[in-house]
Each structure stands twice: as C-alpha cells, then as structure tokens.
Design a protein around this ligand. Structure first.
Ligand code: HSE
Length: 309
C-alpha cells in the first residue's frame, strides 16, 4: 500500500553577516515543496520537478532532494522505496538555501512516512551531505535552520553541536534576489584560508553580540553586530551594487544586513514588517538604479522549519 505526504521546507539566510558557516535563520517564504510517496518497490526515484526551468537533475544520486534520502535509507536498512515530486519555489544559485530546502523537504517527508525513526539532530548529517553534493562542503548553516526553524548556531561541526537561538518576535527579514547567479562553490573558492587575528577579534565580538542581541530582544545590538570583516569584503565584488543596496536598506531603517549565504541575494533585518518592507523596496530600487532587476521577499523569521501541508 502506498502512503503520500506533501511537505514545505523554508528558504534560509546563512552566515547572517558575521557568522560564516555557523549562523543561519529560516524565513516563512519562499520555500520548496516536495510530494513524497512511499512504495513497496525498493529505490528512490524523482518523478517530476517543477520551477527549475529544467536545470536540476532527475538522477536520484545527483539531486539533493533524493541523494540525502538514499543515504538515510541505507543507514536505516530500509527496504521500502520512495517517489518524489519536487516543486522548486525559489530561484537556484540565489543564496537563499535552495539546495538545503530541497534536502530538508525530502528527508523530513521520508522520516514522517516511516513514523519518525530519526530526530532532527540525527537527520541533520544527511541534509549536510546534500550541501556537500551541491557545493563541495558539508556546511550546516542553511540546512540546520531549514530543519529546525528560527535562528540556529552551529557551535561545533565535530562533534556536531547545534543550538536553536531565541528570536525576537518582531524581527522581520527582507531578502532581495538580483537576477544574476553566483554558485556557492565559486563564492567559497575566492575566500582566504587564513585570517588576521585583528579581524578574528572583530568577528567573534560581533558573533557574540548578535547572539546576545537575539537572546535579550535587543534589536539595536542585533543590528550593530551584523558586521562581517572577513567574508563580505571578498564576496561583495561578485555582487554589482552590493554596498549601495545595503546602504539603501540602512537608510530606510533596517537594523543591519549583508550577503544572504554565498549570494547574490542581499538580506536586511528590521524591527517590524512595515520597516522590513520599506527597506526591501529601497534595496530593489537601488538595484534598479544600476540596471539590475530583482525579486523581493519580506517575511517573519520562520519558527517551525519543515511542515506537512
Ligand atoms: N556558509 C555558506 C557560505 C552558505 O557562505 O558559503 C552557503 O549558502
């Protein structure tokens, strides 16, 4: 007998300026949807993908939505099979955690269909393997917030130590996606392997400040901690108009902002939906001024992670 569910998994903003590879948050929209069916015949197949313009592979070993499930089923010794329909509801290569949303939607759905044999922390390594497939490294700052919802800190990768951080209730994000593409793999390849102690001091002060601001509902502290002196200066060159767009958000009242994940999307956070919308529109206008069209997503911080819909 076959059983089927439909799952939504949210887009995410990784790094959150100062927290390269260790901080991320999920948003209510956009996100991916997966319809997953459990069947008697062993194996995982992708029956359909929409919203990707035909660019994502249907080969189950090459797509993050299924490769992660294959690893998870191997681990569980599971003999039943799964058929997946993936509906991409966000741009690819955008810095919105597109591959992470697909992996999380897939493994969450399969876990539900199997009666939840694995906890979220047990599912996470499989989702991280999806990131390795998509970008060459198994970073968790997209997949962990996509799976847990809210703000998440990856305190340690080895052993894996993931901490959900309280999010102030009025915090909203505006994410602007310019119509250009940056591959995470490329955006990582331009980073330096070593950093100066002086920069490290600035950076860890800001990470601690940001986490403290979130925990104490101190919006001002959240904003002034969103400074990245290590990664942003190198990656900004990949995004035409980056500094102008960020400044436009700040002028419109945003608390802070930066590159969303590995870009090219730029995010800002604001207190209240109205300010977030104002900041978002200002960012879109700033891109337009230099001849770049963009899409705007304004959303509350997502509290739940993936859900059955
Ligand atoms: N932390 C990762 C990076 C996120 O910035 O490369 C990728 O979206």
């Amino acid at each position: 007998m076959s059983k089927e569910i439909k799952v939504f998994a949210p887009a995410t903003v990784a790094n959150v300026s100062c927290g390269f590879d260790v901080l991320g948050f999920a948003v209510d929209s956009p996100g991916d949807e997966a319809i997953v069916k459990m069947v008697d015949k062993q194996g995982v197949i992708i029956t359909k993908i929409t919203g990707d313009g035909g660019r994502l592979p249907l080969d189950p070993n090459k797509n993050t939505v299924s490769a992660t499930i294959i690893k998870m089923l191997d681990h569980l010794g599971e003999k039943r099979g799964f058929e997946i329909e993936l509906h991409k509801k966000m741009p690819l290569g955008s810095g919105l955690g597109s591959s992470a949303a697909s992996s999380v939607a897939g493994i969450f759905a399969v876990n539900e269909l199997l009666g939840n044999p694995l906890s979220k922390i047990q599912l996470l390594p499989f989702a991280m393997e999806g990131e390795r497939l998509a970008s060459g490294t198994a970073h968790a700052d997209n997949v962990a917030p996509a799976l847990y919802g809210g703000f998440v800190l990856i305190r340690s990768y080895n052993p894996l130590d993931v901490i959900s951080i309280h999010t102030p209730s009025d915090l909203h994000a505006a994410i602007v996606h310019p119509h250009i593409e940056v591959e995470t793999r490329d955006a990582r390849s331009i980073l330096r392997k070593d950093i100066k102690l002086k920069d490290a001091i600035t950076q860890w002060g800001n990470v601690a400040g940001l986490v403290t601001g979130l925990l104490t509902d101190d919006y001002n502290l959240i904003g002034r901690s969103m400074q990245d002196v290590i990664v942003e200066p190198l990656r900004a060159i990949l995004i035409p108009g980056f500094y102008e767009v960020k400044e436009a958000a700040m002028d419109a009242g945003a608390l802070g902002g930066g590159i969303s994940g590995s870009g090219p999307s730029i995010f800002s956070v604001s207190k209240g939906k109205e300010t977030a919308e104002k900041a978002g529109k200002a960012m879109v206008d700033a891109f337009k001024k230099i001849g770049i069209e963009s899409d705007l997503f304004v959303s509350k911080i997502n509290a739940k992670g993936p859900i059955v819909i």
